[in-house]
Design a protein around this ligand. Structure first.
Ligand code: AMP
Ligand code: ZN
Length: 471
């Protein structure tokens, strides 16, 4: 197990990570609100969770991870009423789309995906505990958390609540830091046809913040080692989670390390549904972009830096993957039939050095960009070893294993032995590519070119027409 350092939003510092049980690091991540397709900004936050998971595992930790499905909130109530569907009917297809998207970008499946609507008893339990401690008051049949009565409100977001007017409150799930007020725990129904639950604390439905506190409790029966979310969730959402959980379970540590991932931007602005400047994964895939390139772009910047999205950046990501894959293909070409194993004990000093640097980069607050620099340095040097015939078979096999090791984080490379296409299959693919080009279906024609390239077939446009040859 390698020592890891994380930038903890609570202290604002990089800290040594010391989970109680390194074989079972508990992680909770705020997941999607299922009322529409996720946009690729959301996906950046979800892929950050994937990188965290893959890194902890690579560095020798065991993980038990949870991402919640927010299947009830203001927006879901509004849209389900408008579409005359029950909450369940309305959210089911969006939940399914979320899982499909995760699969498309090769995110690993986590251990738990609890739903808010299936965690109502845990929410009521927290409210009752908070009531017993005098932290809750009622107004117009809704229940509010009194932040002045909770010692320590503002620790995460560094908000000072002294002198704040008491008794002003918010019913809405989202609000600004400048406008800090008591937040709602349990809302009485307001709209005709609104979903609600009859419970011991009244008829109503949960406030968004309460959902996450309850789902953490439901899954772990305790707090967690790590809690993640996008930076926009730090306030009020995570501040309110702390208040609820620590208010209900005093003396317990709710979260050891808070990790917040930065935003994906478009033209310098946060990608968001409300601004309308968003792309869904499906939009991009339909335009012919490779999900692997999208994944690679979204994970290659450090999670605490903003990242600008553009199609040029995707093209850059595609070229970078190809650069690595080409080196892997060169190695596989001479070592046909190599099957990568999950033993990563390396014998060569140069490989051991890269492995160590790669691990140290990830252990340093998940510095993926630094890890990627190690990958490219190995590509450069291995290509040069190959160019000058400085490798033997066992070294080439070790290099293949090294790339498989890197790919445990990146998840974009192909190590499958190439199946050989016969000449007539190549001819018909090239014919199909010409038709696609004539029809301006460049996504298809590029896909065919890539497919052929992956099989070692080079296409050349000559004045006598298209020619192809095997690499
Ligand atoms: P939501 O489905 O709106 O609850 O958001 C799901 C996750 O996506 C949260 O962790 C948000 O912080 C995150 N998120 C929303 N917009 C962006 C963005 N433009 N870039 C990165 N993460 C985002
Ligand atoms: Zn949450």
């Amino acid at each position: 197990m390698i020592e890891v350092y994380f930038h903890n939003s609570l202290s604002g510092k990089k800290e040594k990570f010391s989970p109680a049980d390194p074989k079972r690091v508990t992680v909770y991540s705020c997941g999607p609100t299922v009322y529409n397709f996720a946009h690729i900004g959301n996906l950046r936050a979800f892929l950050f969770v994937d990188v965290l998971r893959r890194s902890l595992k690579l560095l020798g930790y065991g993980v038990e991870m949870t991402m919640n499905i927010t299947d009830i909130d203001d927006k879901i109530i509004r849209d389900s009423i408008a579409s005359k569907k029950s909450i369940q009917e309305f959210t089911a297809p969006w939940t399914q789309a979320f899982f499909e998207d995760l699969k498309t970008v090769s995110a690993e499946t986590l251990e738990h995906y609890p739903k808010a609507t299936e965690s109502i008893p845990e929410m009521i339990d927290i409210i009752q505990k908070l009531q017993a401690k005098g932290l809750v008051y009622e107004k117009d049949d809704s229940l509010y958390f009194s932040i002045q009565k909770f010692n320590g409100y503002g620790r995460l977001s560094k908000i000072d609540v002294t002198g704040m007017k008491t008794g002003t409150r918010y019913d809405t799930d989202e609000y600004e830091k400048e406008d800090v007020r008591d937040f709602v725990l349990w809302k009485s129904p307001k709209l005709e046809g609104e979903a609600s639950w009859d419970t011991l604390v009244g008829t109503g439905r949960p406030g968004w913040h309460l959902e996450c506190s309850a789902m953490i409790r439901k899954v772990y029966h305790s707090g967690v080692d790590i809690h993640t979310g996008g930076v926009d969730l730090l306030f009020p959402h995570h501040e309110n989670e702390i208040a609820q959980s620590e208010g209900a379970f005093p003396g317990e540590t709710f979260v050891g390390t808070w990790l917040h991932s930065e935003h994906l931007l478009v033209d310098g602005q946060k990608m968001s549904k409300s601004k309308g400047n968003f792309y869904t994964l499906r939009d991009l895939v339909r335009q012919g972009l490779d999900p692997k390139a999208i994944r690679f772009l979204l994970i290659s910047a450090h999670y605490r830096s903003k990242l600008n999205f553009s199609t040029d950046r995707i093209a850059e990501a595609t070229a970078n993957i190809r650069k690595i894959q080409n080196c892997v293909d060169r190695l596989l070409d001479s070592e046909k039939g190599t099957i990568v194993s999950d033993s990563y004990a390396f014998a060569l000093p140069v490989t051991q050095g890269w492995k160590k640097e790669f691990e140290e980069s990830l252990a340093d607050d998940l510095n993926v960009s630094k890890a990627l620099a190690v990958v490219f340095e190995s590509v450069r040097q291995i290509n040069s070893f190959l160019d000058t015939n400085q490798t033997d078979s066992s070294q080439r096999i070790e290099y293949i294993q090294l790339f498989a090791y890197y790919d445990r984080i990146f998840g974009v490379l192909d190590f499958s032995s190439k199946t050989d296409l016969i000449d007539s299959e190549i001819d018909s693919l090239i014919e199909e590519r010409q038709t696609a080009r004539k029809n301006k279906d460049f996504a298809r024609s590029d896909a065919i070119r890539d497919q052929l390239l992956a099989q070692g077939i080079l296409i050349e446009d000559t004045k006598d027409g298209i020619r192809w040859r095997r690499k």
